[in-house]
Each structure stands twice: as structure tokens, then as C-alpha cells.
Design a protein around this ligand. Structure first.
Ligand SMILES: Nc1nc2c(c(=O)[nH]1)N[C@H]1C(S)=C(S)[C@@H](COP(=O)(O)OP(=O)(O)OC[C@H]3O[C@@H](n4cnc5c(=O)[nH]c(N)nc54)[C@H](O)[C@@H]3O)O[C@H]1N2
Ligand SMILES: Nc1nc2c(c(=O)[nH]1)N[C@H]1C(S)=C(S)[C@@H](COP(=O)(O)OP(=O)(O)OC[C@H]3O[C@@H](n4cnc5c(=O)[nH]c(N)nc54)[C@H](O)[C@@H]3O)O[C@H]1N2
Ligand code: SF4
Ligand SMILES: [Mo]
Length: 732
């Protein structure tokens, strides 16, 4: 491995094209640094997928500006986008692999040693406990080509069966809801719908903070639209809306069935659409019979008038679009709630036309890539591990032995954690996610992580909460330091470019996977996987004939020239319309081509408020300048100046008054799992009896309750019973 070491060490030298020095035996081809010019590329934070022009001088990125005239962001970016280069220069970048030594400290090691340890330790665990004893957790924040490489390497190369991603925390509910209702995980909309709708209903979504550039598109709507927000909090979006319905947390399902009840009773439904394009409506009609306005009012805390008004607004709209995000997806009955939204769109014929749709907004920059190509919940490209035909197809396209493809689905994230707790899974490889901050119920989770025999974390930084628990850290290049494609919320593929050199020995995840394949002894299997673009062509073939067929995309250059291309884009399609929505022909991806009405009786939450814990604890996004666990956004001085440095809780003034709490004071929030100290932010954004703690501060998930939707296994981050006090519990 002398050659490899040479390659790694030479890489730290002047601006050489590091991967060109890779031993040809490894088959890594160079990822080219761009020449000096403005390079348009898709932003690496949220799923809006804004295009940013990175400006280079002497081969170094000096600044960036939002791309003008592209179909997504039309010349605008939010603060995170403007500061996208800052996290690359952070002091705590992992610039070398680290290994935990006998005395317990993490110490730098070279790549050769790190990769030997990686393969040696995982193989040893597998040989003692079977292939199922090693698992991986991946992400929605690396390019599709890297995700596909990771999934194929882990499952077909290393023989792992279990691997899931942080998209479980985020989009699993929408995936299951869409698959069951439409026959494929297919968000139907295009961003133009924000501008064409005349009634937009946002359910459990706060786009002003979480998707600011999508919100800019809403603001450009010329139809004087009705902007309706359904959220227990008076969020920034609710304040900008024309109507806000502050329902009781987790009562959405009852409300949505109640709306369906009124629409049916008044015959405000589209019988023609229902008959021609859907199945299961009669059962649904019976199901919602008992959801009378009085019943719904009692369950949701909304008045009968408000519920009727909302039904009326949906009826009056000619182009009604329904948008949902985490207030729906992160719930105890999340899948059925998302499907209740789908049902409303179907029964009123609000789908497939401009300005309509049952539209799940995605979270991470490439959650949509992960949903299709991470090889976790689906076999590559939305295929099914349990389907022999699908396994044969993929095996033949990848030129591998069919027996290498597991015939079983992976366990879901929470089940992987359970298996670690039971001692069945002993090795874990975590890539581009920081679960020791973001996973639900940290007390229990960290305790469980410590039971692992071997934990590998692959991240840009060696300082993340999860990296600090690792036995081995693999240093990764970040956004801007590598190439690939990502898929945004409206199914648009965009390009990521390499505009900067990763620091020290950090490597693109793509190159790390290639090296691991070599050290594992399965490098031959990935001989053709030389560059991200080569993998793009492989994935293209895999997509042929599926709902996400993108065989019509010639190459990266074509994506760039079009400002991104939405799937489906089958061979023969001519690029003309750059805003395309699904289901305009009323045909869905189910066996009979009809969309399905799916429904179920609402259930109580796992942990409701009580005398001891009388507050509902809500969590979510705090500001547009903070990204998740803050490993990236906290590195920008500009962004840091835009949000409170201390963890805080939004508290209603009446509650604060009752407890003698002043604004800005330190107070204690406790749940049955933990007690944390936060600054009181006294404001009427939250209703009486509710507290909101942003997820960006580490302590937030010490409070949350590990509970999950039964179908999607998505964590219910937005409901726990809490207590609030001026002094800690034991003094109170
Ligand atoms: N600035 C910034 N932007 C981001 C992110 C970030 O970290 N920072 N993360 C990205 C990611 S991955 C995601 S998934 C998205 C998330 O985007 P959003 O889902 O819009 O953000 P959240 O704040 O998590 O949750 C939205 C709202 O759900 C409400 N809610 C809570 N419980 C209920 C309920 O029972 N019913 C209803 N109807 N509403 C409820 C909350 O009050 C909150 O206002 O944002 C993306 N964009
Ligand atoms: N209480 C509460 N908790 C929540 C939520 C909530 O609403 N409430 N929301 C949940 C949701 S929707 C989500 S999506 C999750 C997000 O949770 P996480 O995925 O844990 O959050 P991030 O901070 O985005 O972590 C991404 C990690 O990848 C690293 N990284 C970035 N780019 C690269 C790269 O190119 N390569 C590699 N190898 N590493 C990279 C970053 O440094 C960071 O450590 O949080 C969930 N947690
Ligand atoms: S809205 Fe999202 S994609 Fe656009 S600049 Fe901001 S973080 Fe990036
Ligand atoms: Mo997310």
C-alpha cells in the first residue's frame, strides 16, 4: 500500500489533482477542480435545491451568489446558502483519520491503518456473529452517486443486510404514505405550483424558516391566494398567512377526517374524478361519517365555525394545494395523517393540475436521492429486495452475482438501535449524520451506542457528538469539495461541483467507499464505478422503465444546461417544459392505475400531558440560519450572529406569568427522561400549555420520547409531556 500512502500524502501538497495520483489499481479517476469561473451548483443544505454560483480566483472559491434565471430559486438564496462556503474552512475539520487508542483517546492515524482496521474489525465481528451483526446509518446529505455506492458496497460487497438513514427521522412517513396511496414514492408537484395555486394549505410546515426560498415563490403568487397554516404554534409562516388554525397538537387526523366529512355532506366533492381515478372512496365515506364538526371541535380545540370555514375555503379554491412537512411526518399516526391529506386532494380533484396536489415537502438537500437510491428501504431505484425479478434485474445491470443481493428488507433505524441494545448488532458505520444529537431520546440512545464493539463515523468534522463516541473517524470532504448530483423536493436533479480541495487527507465519500471496497476485497465488483458520473449512468440504466426513469438525461452537462431536470425524464423526451408535475393524466403507479383512499381510526398519543407533566413539548426548526445539529452552520460567524447562542424555550406569556418566569431568565424543562436548563423566551408564538424547544441545541433530544409511527417507524419528535419550573425539579 505504499502507492496509496503516497497518494494520500501528496494530496496535502499544492493544488495537484489528488485523485489523479491514485494508484490505477484502485480505479479511482480524478474529480476535477473547476477552472476559474462562476460555477453553478446546487446548495447543500435544504431540499429546496437552490442553485448557487461559486466564484473562483486562482483555483480557490472566493464567494458565491445565487444563480440568476434558474427554475428553482430565480436569483435568491437564504442565509445558509449565502454562507455555504464558510463551513469548509472550519478549525475542526477532520483532516486525517482518527483511531481510539488503548488509553481511550482518539489519535490521528494514516489511511492505510484506518482502512485495515475498518475491514479487519467489521469482518471479525461478522465472522463471530454473522453478517447481520454489522449495520450502517446513512444520510440525505451526500450526492446520489455516493449514496448508491455506499448502499451497494455495504449490501452487495460487505454482505450487510441492515442499513438505514436519517431520512427515517424525516421522510419515512411520506414515503410509506405515497407508496401505499400512489403506488410509488412520488411527490407530484413542481415549484411553479406555489405561484399558480389560489389556496395553499400548510399543515405542520414552517417554510418561512425551513424552506425560505420556497416561501419566496409563494410570495410571488399573483392570484391573491388564501394562505392557510395548520400548526399549534403561531409560526413565522402562520403570521404571514391569511388564516391560522392553531389546533391541539396531534389532532390533525381528526381534523382532516372532519373536513372530509363536511365536504361529503355538502357534496363539495369531485365525483367524476373519484370514480375515474381512485379506489376505496365508499369505505372512506362511511369512515368519516362519525367525524361531525362538534366531535372534531372537541378533539382539536378549534371552533365549529373554524372547521366549517376551513372546509369552505378548500371548496371555494379552484386550485387547492396541500403542503405538509414535519408537523405531520413526525407523529404517532403520521402515515395515516399524510394519507388523510392525500384523500382531501383526491376527493376534491385537486391533483395533477397546476397549483394543486397533496405535496410533501422534503427536508435535506438530497433526501429524495436517498429515498430512491440509498439501497436502504428499497433496492436501488425504488425496487424491492423481496422481489426476485427486481433482484435479477439489478444483479444483471451491475454485473454481480444475484445471490449477493439480500432477499430481505433492512430493519428500520429504531429497530437497528433495538438490535444494538439486545447485543445482536455489534458493529455500526455512520455516514454524514449526527445521531448522538439528532436521534430521539438521547439518554437511552447514547447508552445503547456505548454497547457497540466497533463504531465508525465518517464526517467532515471530528468534533461532532457522534464522532466523539467513535472508535474510528474517517475524514470526509464536504459540499463543494466533490461532485455528484442531488434531487430536490420537486424531483429535480441538480449538479454538485468540486470547487475546493478538501483539507489535509480528507477524501470525498466516493473515494472513501472506493478504498473500502478495495481493502474489503470486493474492489472488482466496483471496477466500473470510477467517477460519480460513471455511477450516474449506471443508476440511469437502473431507472429505465420505472416511474423515476431518467434515461433521457444525456450527462451532467445536460443537467447543468437546463438548470436541473425533474424525473421522470425517459429517453426520447425533449427538454422543453422545465416545470413538470405528475398525474396530469389521472394515472397512478398502482396496479389498477387508481389512487387509493387509505384511512384508519385515530389513536391516542403515547405520552399525554398529566398533572405532573402538564405542558406539551414541541420541537423543530428555530431560525433560517441554523441547520440541524449545527456542525456546519455554527462555523459561520455571520450565521452565528443570527440566532440565540443559548438553548431556549418559547413560553406563552400567561404560563410565564403563572410560574413567575421572566423573559431571558434560565428555567428548567423536564420530561420523564431528563431535565434541562434553557432560557425563557416569553412570547405568544406558542399557545398556553405548550413549550417549543428548537432541535439545534444538543439538549433538546434529551427530553424527547422514543415513540414511532407503526408503519413508517418515523420518530414522533413533536409530542412529549413536560414540566416547566424556575428551579430544578428537586428544589421545586
Ligand atoms: N433553517 C433550517 N431549515 C431547514 C432545516 C434546518 O435544520 N434548518 N432542516 C431541513 C429538514 S431536514 C427538514 S425535515 C425540514 C423541516 O421543516 P418543517 O417541518 O417546516 O420544520 P419543523 O420546525 O420541524 O416543523 C414544522 C412545524 O410543525 C409544527 N407541529 C408540531 N406538532 C404539530 C402537530 O401536531 N400538528 C401540526 N399541524 N403541526 C405541528 C411545529 O410547531 C412546527 O412549526 O426543514 C428543512 N429546512
Ligand atoms: N427534537 C428533534 N429532533 C430532530 C428533528 C426535530 O424536528 N426535532 N428533526 C429530525 C430530522 S427531520 C432530521 S433530517 C435529522 C437531522 O439529523 P442529522 O442528520 O444528525 O443532522 P446534521 O447536523 O445535518 O448531520 C449531518 C452530519 O453530516 C456531516 N456532513 C455534512 N456533509 C457531509 C459529507 O459530505 N460527507 C460526510 N461524510 N459528512 C458530512 C455533518 O458534519 C453532520 O455531522 O434530525 C432529526 N432530529
Ligand atoms: S433555501 Fe435551502 S437550498 Fe436555498 S439557499 Fe437556503 S438552504 Fe440552500
Ligand atoms: Mo429532516
Amino acid at each position: 500500500m505504499k502507492q496509496l500512502n503516497e497518494f494520500i500524502y501528496q494530496k496535502s501538497g499544492p493544488l495537484t489533482d489528488e485523485l489523479a495520483l491514485a494508484p490505477s489499481a484502485l480505479g479511482i479517476l480524478p474529480q476535477r477542480l473547476l477552472p476559474d469561473s462562476a460555477a453553478p451548483m446546487v446548495c447543500g443544505f435544504c431540499s429546496t435545491g437552490c442553485s448557487l454560483d461559486v466564484h473562483l480566483k486562482d483555483g480557490i472559491p472566493v464567494n458565491l451568489t445565487p444563480t440568476k434565471g434558474c427554475p428553482v430559486n430565480t436569483g435568491e438564496a437564504c442565509p445558509k446558502g449565502w454562507e455555504a462556503l464558510a463551513p469548509l474552512k472550519a478549525f475542526d475539520r477532520a483532516t486525517t483519520p482518527y483511531m481510539r487508542k488503548g488509553h481511550g483517546r482518539l489519535e490521528p492515524v494514516n489511511w492505510d491503518a484506518a482502512l485495515r482496521i475498518f475491514a479487519g474489525r467489521f469482518k471479525d465481528i461478522q465472522s463471530r456473529h454473522g453478517n447481520d451483526s454489522v449495520a450502517f446509518l446513512s444520510t440525505g446529505q451526500i450526492p446520489t452517486e455516493e449514496m448508491a455506492f455506499l448502499g451497494a458496497l455495504a449490501k452487495f460487497g460487505m454482505g450487510l443486510v441492515h442499513g438505514d438513514g436519517n431520512t427515517r427521522q424525516c421522510m419515512a412517513t411520506s414515503v410509506v404514505a405515497y407508496k401505499q396511496a400512489f403506488g410509488f414514492d412520488a411527490p407530484p408537484y413542481t415549484y411553479q405550483d406555489f405561484e399558480e395555486s389560489d389556496c395553499l394549505v400548510f399543515i405542520g410546515a414552517n417554510p418561512c424558516i425551513a424552506h425560505p426560498i420556497m416561501w419566496q415563490r409563494v410570495c410571488r403568487n399573483k392570484n391573491k391566494p388564501e394562505l392557510i397554516v395548520i400548526d399549534p404554534r403561531k409560526t413565522e409562516t402562520a403570521m404571514a398567512a391569511t388564516r391560522h388554525y392553531a389546533l391541539k397538537p396531534k389532532s390533525d387526523l381528526v381534523l382532516l377526517y372532519g373536513l372530509a366529512h363536511i365536504l361529503i355532506k355538502r357534496n363539495w366533492i369531485d365525483e367524476h374524478y373519484i370514480n375515474a381515478h381512485t379506489s376505496g372512496f365508499e369505505g372512506f365515506r362511511e369512515h368519516v361519517e362519525s367525524f361531525t364538526p362538534f366531535y372534531v371541535s372537541a378533539a382539536t380545540s378549534l371552533s365549529v365555525f373554524q372547521i366549517q370555514e376551513l372546509a369552505n375555503l378548500i371548496h371555494r379554491g379552484k386550485r387547492v394545494s396541500l403542503w405538509w412537512t414535519m408537523g405531520v411526518n413526525q407523529g404517532h399516526e403520521a402515515v395515516r395523517t399524510a394519507q388523510a391529506i392525500v384523500n382531501l386532494a383526491l376527493m376534491t380533484g385537486n391533483i395533477g393540475r397546476p397549483g394543486t396536489g397533496a405535496n410533501s415537502i422534503t427536508g435535506q438537500c438530497n433526501a429524495m436521492g436517498s429515498r430512491l437510491f440509498s439501497n436502504t428501504t428499497n433496492l436501488l431505484g425504488g425496487h424491492d429486495f423481496g422481489n426476485l425479478k427486481h433482484r435479477r434485474k439489478i444483479a444483471s445491470l451491475l454485473n454481480i452475482d444475484e445471490a449477493r443481493i439480500p432477499a430481505r428488507n433492512s430493519l428500520a433505524y429504531n429497530q437497528i438501535i433495538e438490535q444494538i441494545a439486545l447485543g445482536k448488532i455489534k458493529g455500526l458505520w455512520i455516514i454524514a449524520t449526527n445521531p448522538a444529537h439528532s436521534w430521539i431520546g438521547q439518554q437511552e440512545f447514547r447508552h445503547i451506542l456505548k454497547q457497540l464493539e466497533f463504531l465508525v463515523v465518517q464526517d467532515m468534522y471530528h468534533t461532532t457528538q457522534t464522532a466523539q463516541m467513535a472508535d474510528l473517524i474517517l475524514p470526509a470532504a464536504g459540499w463543494g469539495e466533490k461532485e455528484g448530483t442531488m434531487i430536490n423536493s420537486e424531483r429535480r436533479m441538480g449538479i454538485l461541483r468540486k470547487v475546493a480541495k478538501a483539507p489535509g487527507q480528507a477524501l470525498a465519500d466516493f473515494a472513501i467507499f472506493k478504498l473500502i471496497a478495495h481493502y474489503w476485497g470486493c474492489g472488482e465488483m466496483f471496477k466500473a464505478w470510477q467517477t460519480p458520473e460513471a455511477v450516474f449512468h449506471i443508476l440511469k440504466e437502473i431507472s429505465r422503465g420505472t416511474p423515476c426513469d431518467f434515461t433521457g438525461i444525456r450527462d451532467y452537462a445536460m443537467i447543468e444546461a437546463q438548470g436541473g431536470i425533474q424525473w421522470p425524464f425517459p429517453q426520447g423526451q425533449v427538454p422543453q417544459e422545465n416545470q413538470r408535475r405528475l398525474f396530469s393524466d389521472g394515472k397512478f403507479f398502482t396496479g389498477d392505475g387508481k389512487a387509493r383512499f387509505i384511512f384508519e381510526a385515530p389513536r391516542p398519543v403515547l405520552e399525554d400531558v398529566c398533572n405532573q407533566y402538564p405542558f406539551v413539548l414541541l420541537t423543530g426548526r428555530g431560525t433560517s440560519a441554523q441547520w440541524h445539529t449545527q456542525t456546519r452552520t455554527a462555523k459561520s460567524a455571520l450565521l452565528r450572529a443570527m440566532y440565540p447562542q443559548d438553548i431556549y424555550a418559547e413560553i406563552n406569556p400567561e404560563d410565564a406569568c403563572g410560574l413567575g418566569i421572566r423573559d431571558g431568565q434560565w428555567v428548567y424543562v423536564s420530561t420523564r427522561r431528563a431535565e434541562i436548563k434553557v432560557r425563557a423566551l416569553v412570547m405568544p408564538s406558542v399557545a398556553q400549555g405548550h413549550i417549543f424547544v428548537p432541535m439545534h441545541y444538543e439538549a433538546a433530544n434529551h427530553l424527547t420520547l422514543p415513540s414511532f409511527d407503526p408503519y413508517s417507524h418515523q420518530p414522533s419528535y413533536k409530542m412529549a409531556a413536560a414540566r416547566l419550573a424556575k428551579a430544578p425539579y428537586y428544589y421545586a
